[in-house]
Every structure is written in C-alpha cells, then in structure tokens.
Design a protein around this ligand. Structure first.
Ligand code: GDG
Length: 480
C-alpha cells in the first residue's frame, strides 16, 4: 500500500493496533487508544504512530477501515526517546516529581530526531489545508516542526498528562525548546484549566509572549491554550456492561471471591503515579485495626504491565508486590487472602465484569491527567450502585464531585473514606452515582473530540487587535 493521505491526521506515539498470537490485528489497551479510536473511525483519518518494538517492518496498512502509518524507530531510539526522555524525564517531571527525573543529553537528542520523523510523516500524509492532531508528551516538538513544513495545516496538540507548575518545569534543560515546540499548534489542549494557565505563564515568563486569558500572541499568529477534559465512549461501554455475558461473569467473580459483603477494586497500569501502595496499605490497616473484618472484604487489584524496561517501573513493581505479600502473609487465611493481585492485561469484557462485580472502586493517583478508570466504573454502574473513592489529584475529580474525594498521601484519611464508603446507605450511594453518571453521559468522548475539533476548525489564525491591546495593557500586571 502507498503512504495513506487524509484531511485528518492523528499523530501519536503508539499505533492503535497490536497483533495477537493468532496474528490478527486488534486494538491495544491504554487511555489514549481507548479515547481516540472511535473519533478517528468517524472522521476516516490516518493514524501515524510507532507500532511497538515487536512489530517493526510493517508498511502502511488498513485495519477495520482505519488507515495506519507505522513509524520506525531503532532500538537505540526506543531506549533514548521513549524509555529515556519520555518516561525517565518528562513523565516524572510532569507528575509532580513523584519519582526523580533524569536529564540526559543523548536522550534529548534522540527525542528531537524522533519527533522530526513523526513531523515529516505527518507533513506527507496531510492533505492541503487539512487538520493534524498531535497527541501527548512524547511529541511536544512536532507542532512547530510540522508548521515549518506545512504552514497550510490546522494543527492541534493535546497533552494527556498534567502540565506542571512553572517552578517544576523550569528544571528542564530544554524548557524553551519544548515551549516553542508546543506553540507551533493553533490550539494547545490540556486536561485541566491549571495546565493551560501554567503553560501561558511559562510562555510569558520564558519567551516574553503577550497573553490574554487563554490566548497567546506569537508574532503574527495566535495560539489558544485551553482545557478539554477527556472522556470515554459511554454508550458503548454501558452496552457492554449490560450484556448477559458480562453480568454472568460479574456474578462468577463475586462467587470466586467468596461473596464477601464489600468487594474493593483497583485497576491501573502498574505505575508509581497511581498510588497503588497507599491504597493497599490503607486497606490492610483497616483490617489490622479491626474496623473491617477479613471475612467481609476482598480487594482485587489489577496492575497491568507497563514500561517494564524502565528502572523506576521495576522498582515500583517490587515495592507493590512486597506490600501485597506482606499484607496477605500477615492477614490472610488459607483460601482467603485479603488482596487478589493480578499482574496482567485483560480483555474489555473482563474489565467491565470487574467494574460490575465491585462495590467500591479505589482510584488514588498521586497525580493523573484525567483517569479514565474512574469514568469507566461509573459508566458500568447502570443500576446506580457502588461507591467511587477518587483522588483529588486526578483530573476526573473536577467532574466527579459526588465521589468520596481523598488525598492519597493521607493514609488515615484514605482509611476513613474507605470505611465511610462501606457504611454509606444504598440510597445515598445511588444519589451520588446518578450525579456522576449524568456527568459522564453528557460529557463523553464524542463531546471531547467535537469540542476540540470545532475550536480547531474555527481557530483564528490572524491576530485579533482588540485582544492584543488588552494583552499589552495587562502585561505589566502579570506576575511571574
Ligand atoms: C493517560 C493519562 C488520562 C488498564 N488495564 C487494562 C486496561 N486498562 C485501560 C483502562 C483505561 C486505560 O487502560 C487507562 O487509562 P487511565 O486514564 O486510567 O490512565 P493512563 O494509562 O495513565 O492514561 C491519564 C489518559 O491518558 C487519557 O487521556 O486519563 O490521566 O495518564 O481505559 O480501562 N484495559 C484492558 N485490559 C487491562 O488489563 N482492556
């Protein structure tokens, strides 16, 4: 197949497909893919991305009506651009330094090189006056590189993870290059409003651009920095959750756990940002303190394997598995461990059954752009049952206000909230769940994509002179 072209091009680190043992292509798990696949199908676009190390050598292809253009990255580039700069530098830096970032010049050089590959491929794939939508922290230089090659395009960028406050971002040796890279877009989208304001403050301070509310004036161009909280395909997931197969499997899961009064559930990529240790510790202590009876509870923790070549991820796995072993060893009985720990990936049907089987969903990240798991749980609770414990530091906390909001660093607070969620009446839980379900139903993935793409289509490229005058007037008042 020759290189595909389209008027809508998505550029993301990973392709939305993977090849199973049976050699059939299928959609791969992960927040970004879950989010964008339906949007792309609807727009008949081209998806440009890295197929993953084990799938090198494929040319462009189509899978179920999806045009896919694989970008090839050498083993050294994977180690430097992906494991290194993306996941050893930017990921911890952007997540409030939950782990220590490393700053390595050879990682940065590879990041620049690989971003250029993606930008060139996008420049060749996009039709005249088309739209390119670039995704996430691995590709922050692509907007400016692409603009230089193809000034005719509308370019959008969306950051799926938090954008840090100035004090943290300034540590980055390549801070100005990243800011300039992002400013190549017409719209820079963030999960939360504070991401957008952190960015605007930085471009004022570091690059001296004038800003006015969500608008940034870059020479003759205008760039918007706004929040677009991402969501999920509510209808599709709810339909799956209602299916007979999922309901039967949910009952089976509860029975396999011994039909305890309270099933608690955690679902995460195994990542140090997700606060898995904190939640398991709080749960264990509730049993030790005698506030909760082992017979009454079971905690299921799905930790899907992630970034296993990165040292900090090997450490977090060891740490969590030590905690699971300690808690189960100290508190468990034969056939009745308090924690059921699953280090695997499961099909969507099994995830939906788990969401249906649980009474209390425990989502306790220390920092998280959005957290789709919280929205998925709510979506599956079509009978308005169940409780959601949600970290204040997840983007989802802005929207799911009826959750039991927690500070994951506060173990006593976590214990109290877990306990309280077990004591809350079904009526009160139902009231809370109704509110949260309405929020996700009314703000689903289509609404997210439509809002971003509508703004991008209407993005004014010429400078609005009134706004610039206001920005000039405000500039003196801007503190650093
Ligand atoms: C990033 C940001 C933001 C997990 N295990 C399995 C599985 N999953 C699915 C979940 C969910 C997705 O992966 C995880 O999404 P999250 O949003 O929770 O977290 P990240 O992966 O860190 O995603 C995040 C997101 O991007 C989107 O913008 O919300 O803040 O960090 O959909 O269900 N799916 C299957 N099997 C598993 O074992 N099928």
């Amino acid at each position: 197949m020759t290189s595909p072209t389209g008027s809508f091009v998505v550029v993301a680190n990973r392709l939305p497909v993977d090849r199973g043992d049976d050699n059939a292509w299928r959609t791969s798990p992960g927040g970004l893919v879950t989010a964008l696949e339906p949007v792309l199908r609807q727009h008949e676009g081209v998806w440009i991305g890295w197929p993953g190390g084990h799938l090198q050598g494929y040319g462009p292809f189509e899978v179920q009506g999806l045009s896919v253009l694989p970008i090839h990255i050498s083993d050294e580039e994977v180690a430097y651009y992906y494991d290194g700069m993306s996941n050893g530098t930017l990921w911890p830096l952007y997540h409030d330094l939950v782990a220590k970032p490393s700053f390595r010049r050879e990682w940065w050089d590879a990041y620049v090189r690989v971003n250029r590959k993606f930008a060139s491929a996008a420049a060749e794939s996009a039709e005249q006056n088309g739209v390119a939508w670039i995704q996430d922290y691995q590709l922050q230089l692509v907007p400016a590189m692409l603009r230089e090659l193809r000034p005719d395009l509308r370019i959008g960028f969306f950051l799926h993870i938090p954008f840090p406050p100035m004090e943290l971002f300034l540590q980055l040796p390549w801070r100005d290059e990243i800011l300039k890279g992002l400013l190549g877009a017409d719209i820079v989208g963030f999960q939360r409003p504070n991401g957008a304001s952190n960015f605007a403050r930085l471009v004022r301070h570091r690059l001296g651009h004038k800003t006015h509310r969500d608008r940034i004036f870059v020479g003759e161009r205008e760039v918007a920095a706004r929040s677009y909280p991402i969501s999920i395909d509510f209808k599709q997931l709810e339909t799956l959750a209602r299916s007979v197969e999922v309901q039967t499997r949910a009952k089976e899961i509860r029975a396999e756990l011994g039909n305890p009064r309270h099933v608690l559930l955690g679902v995460d990529r195994l990542d140090y940002t997700k606060g898995i240790r904190q939640r398991l510790r709080a749960f264990g202590e509730l049993i030790v303190d005698g506030r909760v009876d082992l017979e009454d509870v079971a905690f299921v923790q799905v930790a899907s394997p992630s970034r296993e070549r990165v040292g900090q991820y090997q450490e977090v796995r060891d740490d969590i598995e030590r905690w699971v072993g300690r808690i189960n060893g100290d508190l468990g009985r034969i056939g009745h461990p308090p924690i059921h720990y699953l280090h695997s990936s499961y099909p969507r049907e099994e995830m939906a059954a788990l969401y249906r089987a649980a009474d209390i969903m425990v989502v306790t990240p220390l920092a998280d752009g959005m957290n789709l798991v919280a929205k998925e749980f709510v979506t599956c609770r079509y009978d308005n049952t169940g409780a959601l414990l949600l970290s204040e530091f997840a983007g989802a906390a802005d929207e799911l206000k009826q959750a039991f909001l927690v500070n994951p660093h506060d173990i006593n607070g976590l214990k109290d909230s877990m306990w309280r969620s077990m004591q809350t009446s079904p009526r009160e839980l139902s009231r809370r769940m109704r509110g949260m379900r309405k929020q996700v139903r009314d703000h689903d993935i289509d609404a997210w994509a439509e809002a971003f793409l509508r703004d991008l289509a209407g993005a004014e490229l010429a400078v609005d002179t009134d706004a610039r005058a206001d920005a000039d007037a405000n500039a003196d008042a801007d503190e650093l």
